[in-house]
Design a protein around this ligand. Structure first.
Ligand code: ADP
Ligand code: MG
Length: 731
């Protein structure tokens, strides 16, 4: 026993200078250091001999620096380092480093290192151009695997490795946080062993077993945090709003012009039961575009209004909020005209409250919310930040969840004595592991079928690189749709105009799709993405001459946005040239054409959402994905995937594969550095789902985790100590 445990500061063990360098990796404690896992390993058994290298090969080899010469670069500033390295069998190869002045102190004659890079040719000789390298020390020489760590400019991988080994030698075996029962059933290595093995493996099997065990730690940390979060919300009091016979909801159902789908019925029943309880509902309804979520939400709101309380509906953009207000009013008819002359007795009223209202209208809207005159308040997500007062807010509906994170959900929950019920609705299908993690604090319902009478959408990629003549056909198709009495959207990635707007629409709260306008992964320098303000006038004078064209984007003044949207809804415009401001929720059944320009600049789910704007009426929809990207690039594969299926679930899975997972899991944690290093939503579905079951049982049995201090610490490592305290100190 040395008395050193995971919470010890690192500095006394490694010295001040190294400790400072480690701080650049956010490592200050023993625990943080031993949880800083190697990024990859070099298997000494799989090293290549220099003699056997071939052009184009990706090679990893151990060699000694024989000669190194610093030279001026011919056409650029800076210096090259030309190096000759020799392996144990005596063969040599040249290497060139572009940052010569920086590496000359490390790559000195006599130094042995692991070099890895692509084998090329220069002056008729093989060479490694700017390879990665890891100098080796004596201890490394005898090990079968070299651990390579994420490093910074301040500390090399090898220095990290040395610190880790030093600390592992001093560390008392840590108490294993995972209960005996879990470890036994899942046949997991104990923590001390796993930590040693992941840093200093003897075999591939070691690496595998260690990672498996440490993934479990992370999965348990996440699932316990979620179980605690569920427990904390479930205990809060909420106003019970049981269904009321002969109330507003009944009257609404009686006048509904269509029959609810089986899914709308089933989900409606779940929500209705939730609302009747004295603890807040926390439910996510997921249904593909056009599945009919609005009616489901409205029925929930009416049940709450029947209970004498108010409901708020939050949308991600002002355009969408305004449209929601209009469609709720249309659905409700006379039942939405409360307070007006001749309205029926049960009627309620709907108030739109957005930032763009004039001062007077805004005052009135605030007053209606505060006095309770408004049964339903529709607004953007900003409603929750602006501390709008409600007389008695019983339900918050959040539409289009994918722009609404955990933090915002919390902001809603933490208002007032009674927590409002909460219903979130998303059109983006959620893969199972994401549902179990990012949305793990919510119950999930799915609307799987679409209402009858939906029309099919055909999607075609228009590859201008190979088929430039198709561009004309795109616009001819637009004319055909309009000639048949329909309408067409043309979407561009960017607004345009003077400022550099990179496609961001001012009123979109936080976009989680891949950067629009960023350079593509296909390594081509691209022209700036097409912009609405450039494309619209060109179309008006050219390919779409004679059609009535409107323009919609986030930079328009709000009343203008609204006017354009209404004109399009009333079919006073044939074509709407827009940004992704129309991505979510816009519902114009007469629109049949969706033409997306520079389609490669959009994310998968964005494209799916955009496509969902057509095919909402009687006539079939057509979606054209126009791109200049050449065939066989990943951008084109993405477009082919969208063209290949309208199954939102399939696309969501692909999207998850393409997105950096960190971004997805990052949403779990309120802006802090992720404690999750190994857990993958793609690869660890089984572990995540088992961990969820264990975590629920453990929390039910020991709500404050008093008998599981190790697990409580694990929760802190995963979501931060502040959040951990918020869950555990209340119990
Ligand atoms: P989303 O789930 O994408 O929000 P909406 O709620 O906007 O879908 O519904 C799309 C359209 O389908 C609306 O015009 C709505 O009135 C209509 N709709 C909803 N439910 C049904 C139903 N059961 N039968 C027929 N039409 C329906
Ligand atoms: Mg909707």
């Amino acid at each position: 026993m040395t008395g050193i445990d995971m919470s010890n500061a690192i500095e006394p063990l490694v010295g001040k200078r190294t400790a400072q360098a480690l701080e650049s990796l956010d490592i200050t404690t023993v625990g943080a250091l031993v949880r800083h896992y190697p990024r990859r390993y070099v298997d000494r058994g799989k090293l290549t001999d220099i003699a056997g290298l071939e052009i184009g090969e990706q090679a990893t080899l151990v060699a000694q620096v024989e000669k190194s010469v610093l030279r001026d670069m011919r056409s650029r500033r800076g210096k090259l380092l030309n190096v000759v390295i020799r392996d144990e069998k005596g063969a040599t190869i040249d290497c060139t480093f572009f940052n010569g002045h920086k590496v000359q102190h490390i790559i000195k004659p006599g130094v042995r290192a692991v070099f890895s890079g692509k084998v090329g040719v220069f002056n008729n000789k093989l060479q490694l151009t700017h390879p990665q390298f890891e100098p080796l020390d004596e201890a490394d020489e005898i090990r079968p695997f070299l651990s390579v760590y994420p490093a910074t400019g301040k500390i090399t991988s090898q220095q990290v490795a040395r610190c880790v080994r030093q600390v592992l030698d001093l560390l008392d075996d840590p108490t294993d946080p995972l209960p005996e029962l879990v470890r036994g059933r899942e046949m997991l290595a104990d923590l001390a062993r796993a930590l040693r093995r992941i840093h200093v493996p003897e075999s591939e099997a070691d690496i595998h077993a260690a990672r498996h065990r440490l993934v479990w730690d992370e999965a348990m940390g996440v699932q316990l945090a979620l179980a605690l979060r569920r427990q904390a919300t479930a205990q809060r009091p909420a106003a019970a709003c049981p269904p009321k016979a002969g109330g507003l909801l009944d009257a609404f159902d009686a006048q509904l012009p269509f029959a609810l789908t089986a899914g709308q019925h089933a989900v409606g029943a779940e929500i209705s039961a939730d609302l009747a309880r004295e603890h807040p509902m926390n439910r996510l309804v997921q249904g593909d575009v056009g599945a009919g979520k609005t009616v489901v939400a409205l029925r929930a709101m009416l049940q709450v209004v029947d209970g004498g309380r108010q409901a708020a509906l939050l949308a991600p953009t002002e355009v969408l909020a305004a449209q929601h207000a209009r469609s709720l009013r249309a659905l409700l008819g006379p039942l939405g005209k409360g307070g007006e002359l001749g309205a029926s007795e049960q009627a309620t009223s709907i108030t739109l409250l957005t930032g763009s209202l004039g001062a007077k209208a805004r005052r009135q809207a605030l007053l209606d919310a505060q006095s309770g005159a408004a049964g339903i308040v529709v607004g953007t997500h900003a409603l929750i930040q602006e501390h709008v007062g409600f007389a008695d807010l019983g339900l918050v509906v959040v539409d289009e969840q994918h722009r609404f994170g955990v933090e915002q959900r919390d902001a809603l929950r933490s208002r007032g004595e009674l927590a409002p019920h909460m219903l979130v609705m998303t059109a983006t299908p959620i893969p199972r592991t994401v549902a179990m993690t990012v949305y793990g604090d919510l119950e999930v319902s799915a609307l799987r079928e679409l209402p009858r009478g939906r029309s099919p959408i055909s999607t075609t990629v228009v590859p201008l690189a190979e088929k430039p003549s198709w561009f004309d056909r795109v616009w001819r198709r637009a004319h055909e749709e309009v000639a048949a009495g329909h309408q067409v959207y043309v979407v561009c990635p960017r607004v345009g105009g003077t400022e550099n707007d990179a496609g961001a629409d001012a009123d979109l709260v936080d976009t989680d799709d891949p950067d629009i306008g960023a350079d593509s992964d296909d390594g081509q320098a691209k022209r700036p993405p097409l912009a609405v303000l450039d494309v619209a006038p060109k179309l008006a004078d050219g390919a779409l001459h004679g059609l009535r064209i409107g323009v919609l984007h986030g930079k328009l003044p709000p009343d203008e946005k609204d006017a354009v949207m209404r004109a399009f809804e009333r079919a006073e415009l044939d074509v709407l040239v827009a940004t992704t401001v129309i991505e979510v929720g816009v519902d114009v059944p007469n629109a049949t054409g969706m033409i997306i320009l520079d389609a490669d600049r959009f994310g998968l789910s964005q494209l799916h959402q955009l496509r969902g704007r057509v095919g909402r009426g009687q006539a079939a929809g057509v979606c054209l994905l126009v791109t200049e990207m050449p065939a066989a690039t990943s951008a084109r594969e993405r477009l082919d995937a969208v063209a290949g299926t309208t199954d939102g679930f399939e696309l969501a899975r692909l999207d998850l594969e393409l997105r950096r997972e960190g971004d997805v899991l990052g949403a779990l944690q309120s802006g802090r550095r992720s404690g999750l290093r190994l857990l993958s939503l793609l690869r660890h579905e089984e572990i995540i789902s088992k961990a969820q079951v264990y975590a629920s049982h453990i929390v039910a049995d020991d709500p404050g985790l008093r008998r599981h201090p190790g697990l409580a610490a694990l929760v802190g490592e995963t979501v931060g100590d502040e959040e951990r305290a918020a869950y555990l100190d209340k119990v």
